[in-house]
Design a protein around this ligand. Structure first.
Ligand SMILES: Cc1ncc(COP(=O)(O)O)c(C=O)c1O
Length: 389
């Protein structure tokens, strides 16, 4: 077990807060001992939550990295204040992504940013255009705003139908508030390559806002993929959403952001709700600096994904080509049933994604979690069943 480099005093503050929350007595439990980060992450109390292999929400199963934990722990010093003297996460993001600071909006998770975009550009009788299945929170929010959702079917190979998106946008031009493109898509894991993003932008009127959700950007290896940020710099009304919940392992710390022109950010600013906590801001800066941990999480994730996919393919199963930290596998039976069978074996997997109700989304977990997944898979799908797929 690796020892923490966190100063003992700083670390104790964080651990004591965590244990205090759980109703334990930090003084008697912690004061005389040395603690490792591993123990800090797992805490001394086990919950039923911890007994599952959690392959259902596309998180990073290992992180945050030690340097993020160090920074988050140090930030506790200012947990009782509205302000703090350090760590400008907006500047760090702007530098990493090659944009100006006034083009960045941070939010508690990127889900919150997607809502800011929806509230700004949608409303009664406005339309959002995208595909189905995709990450559907924008559609749910749109429905709440009394906007219409035009969710187009995927192509036969599960890629996004760019021609149909262009046609629907042109046909509804006056009412289109937003085109929503998740790249790579969730739950399929498939990328839209840069020439298709260009085709979409060339095919629709220049003033239609396009929200490109790049939650899984950091995992993509396909050389034909490119972030949509250059289109913002060219002057198109493109908005890019990113998150620290995936590669940086900060899902519960909540940090996400959007990039857009300063004019679009100004337009969205009044609709922003909620602040990013000091933990998220300091943790986020540390995450961006720690490129070594980022590279290691990426390598471990892709190695485990490729190994699991190869094993399933060798058994005759069909899997869509993923560029993310999850994959979408054909089950040949209703996925709700399959999900429950896995749960009974202590493995949580993805929910049903209509209309692809016979595909299962599996997030990449630790090596141990993937072993549990494979053992459960072999019991749920005996070899003879795979032959019939
Ligand atoms: C495509 C996509 N966008 C946005 C999110 C929201 O993530 P968060 O709010 O944790 O940043 C997710 C989470 O799974 C996602 O898959």
């Amino acid at each position: 077990m690796s020892k923490s480099s966190v100063s003992r005093r700083g670390f104790m503050g964080g651990a004591a807060a965590a244990l205090g929350y759980m109703g334990l007595n930090p003084a008697s439990d912690l004061s005389a001992k040395e603690f490792s980060l591993d123990a800090f992450r797992r805490s001394s109390q086990e919950f039923d939550f911890d007994s599952y292999a959690r392959l259902s929400s596309n998180e990073n199963a290992w992180a945050p990295s030690e340097s993020v934990l160090d920074a988050v722990t140090a930030s506790f010093k200012y947990a009782n204040r509205y302000g703090d003297p350090g760590e400008n996460v907006v500047a760090a993001i702007a530098e990493r992504d090659g944009v100006e600071e006034n083009m960045v909006m941070t939010t508690p998770g990127s889900g919150a940013f997607l809502r800011v975009v929806g509230t700004t550009f949608l409303g009664t009788n406005k339309k959002v255009i995208g595909v189905e299945p995709t990450y559907s929170s924008v559609y749910r929010h749109a429905t709440g705003l009394k906007a219409d959702v035009i969710a187009l079917p995927l192509n036969a190979d599960a890629t996004q139908n760019i021609d149909a998106m262009i046609e629907a946008t042109r046909k509804n031009y006056r009412d289109v508030g937003l085109v929503y493109l998740v790249n790579p898509n969730n739950p399929t894991g498939i990328v839209v390559n840069k020439s298709d993003v260009q085709k979409l932008l060339d095919g629709i009127p220049e003033d239609v806002p396009v929200l490109v959700d790049e939650a899984y950007h950091h995992f993509v290896q396909d050389p034909n993929y490119e972030t949509a940020i250059p289109h913002i710099l060219e002057g198109r009304p493109v908005i890019v959403a990113r998150t620290f919940s995936k590669i940086y392992g900060m899902a519960a710390i909540r940090l996400g952001y959007g990039i857009a022109s300063p004019e679009m950010i100004d337009k969205m600013r009044p609709h922003q709700t909620g602040n990013v906590s000091v933990l998220a801001r300091w943790g986020g800066v540390a995450a961006l600096k720690d490129t070594e941990s980022e590279a290691k999480f990426l390598k471990d994730t892709l190695d485990l994904r490729n190994k699991t996919v190869a094993e399933l393919e060798a058994m005759g199963h069909r899997i869509l080509p993923s560029e993310t930290n999850f994959f979408f596998v054909y089950t040949g039976r209703p996925v709700a049933e399959v999900q429950e069978a896995f749960r009974q074996k202590g493995v949580l997997v993805g929910r049903p994604f209509p209309p692809m109700l016979d595909y299962l989304r599996v997030s990449i977990g630790t090596a141990e979690e993937m072993d549990r997944f494979m053992a459960a898979w072999k019991e749920i799908f005996p070899a003879t069943a795979a032959d019939n797929l």
